[in-house]
Design a protein around this ligand. Sequence first.
Ligand SMILES: [Zn+2]
Length: 173
Amino acid sequence: MILMPQHFFLNNHLAVEAVLGPKRLAEVLRPAGYRSAYDWCEKEAAYHRLRGLDVFHHYMRRLTQRGWGQFKPEDIDLDAGRALIRVDNSAFVDDARRGSGRRLCYMFAAWFEGSLEYAAAAVGKKLSLRADETCCAADGTHEYCLFQVSASRSERPRRARGPAKGKGGELNA
Ligand SMILES: [Zn+2]
């Protein structure tokens, strides 16, 4: 576990974004975010004996406690592969970027995909999900960020298996 100031994290993130562009950076980050979320949930589910959506709610609480924003799952339908997740005070939206007219929090999308796909897999359901930020506190018209999760038509490439980093209870994210 490491702690860092918001400006330090954002300066690094935005420096990479300035080179790659937001679309390409989102593509680069997606597999890593998905994998981290999926593995975190798998380990935490075993450690705390959580099942299905309980581990997803646990993940949302941890992200909130760790300062990424206040994550509030709304309207989750795991059977249909749908969810809405509201994020208040996203770590990506500081005063300098509030009202900048952009959606900034794309890094979170894969975290929702990985954690919800794990929650489904844990109860024997195979889902392929796609999450997108549909409004952002930085877009100039909203006070919060909202992510919409839906069933994806394209099959996710097989996840490379390997030893996850860290121990249960103290993984990343
Ligand atoms: Zn946002």
